[in-house]
Design a protein around this ligand. Sequence first.
Ligand SMILES: Nc1ccn([C@@H]2O[C@H](COP(=O)(O)OP(=O)(O)OP(=O)(O)O)[C@@H](O)[C@H]2O)c(=O)n1
Ligand SMILES: C[C@](O)(CO)[C@H](O)COP(=O)(O)O
Length: 243
Amino acid sequence: MSTTASSTVSPSDSAAAVPRFAILVAGGGGTRMGADRPKQFLELSGEPVLLHTLRRFAEPTLGVIAIVVVLPSDQFVTWQQLCATHNIEIPHAVVAGGASRWASVRNGLAHLADYQHGVVAVHDGVRPLTPIAVIENTYAAAAEHGAAIAAVPPKDSVRGLSQQGSYALDRARLRLVQTPQCFEIDLLRRAYQLPELATFTDDASVVEDLHPIRLVPGDYCNLKITTPEDLLLAEVLLRRENS
Ligand SMILES: Nc1ccn([C@@H]2O[C@H](COP(=O)(O)OP(=O)(O)OP(=O)(O)O)[C@@H](O)[C@H]2O)c(=O)n1
Ligand SMILES: C[C@](O)(CO)[C@H](O)COP(=O)(O)O
């Protein structure tokens, strides 16, 4: 993508001690949202959800992050037009997604094949409200420990399902997983050489057999836009952030 995004990416390690990369996965179709277009392109305070997410990773205090945006291949033109309409000048590469989130991450990672050293964040393109501190802390923890993900304690009581019915779970021993999920780049590459798990929902589940996962405090405002009420909540939270 010419003026707003480059087809290659290169991180600078001048601001951060370790080179930083980000794969923003936005290759899904948004079935649960049931909108007229993929939810990453829906408007939040007048701008596409994905643009809000992209801006978070372009925050100067994070240092220069080489960003790869993964999109459905039939949405490249839509994104190019949105970039032009909203004067997006954040450098990023655009890569075609796959049939599953796992395949989309793998495609994003393939674009970074030249890099052997650094930390890569995998982040849902539909988490537009992630606090910069959560992003920074997750990168920093992964630089130190190899693998780190954002998570929050459940606020509700939680029950497991059994054949007989259900049973209480100790929520003090549970965490709700968010993104970013950050990994030493070679570790994530090795994990994505393993076969796709039938139970796959996140990157930590791909890496955990190879390396322990460090949990970093996430944030209750770090919503994943999944169903229509999430968009309403996000509007309110964004308005509060900007007031
Ligand atoms: N083949 C896929 C599927 C999902 N994602 C991305 O992974 C993130 C989290 O997935 P989810 O919320 O499930 O998004 P969708 O798959 O678009 O939604 P749904 O499951 O409701 O269809 C989203 O940013 C989505 O675009 C992706 O890059 N490639
Ligand atoms: C990666 C994730 O956002 C962590 O909560 C989540 O697992 C994605 O799940 P989805 O079913 O693809 O929305």
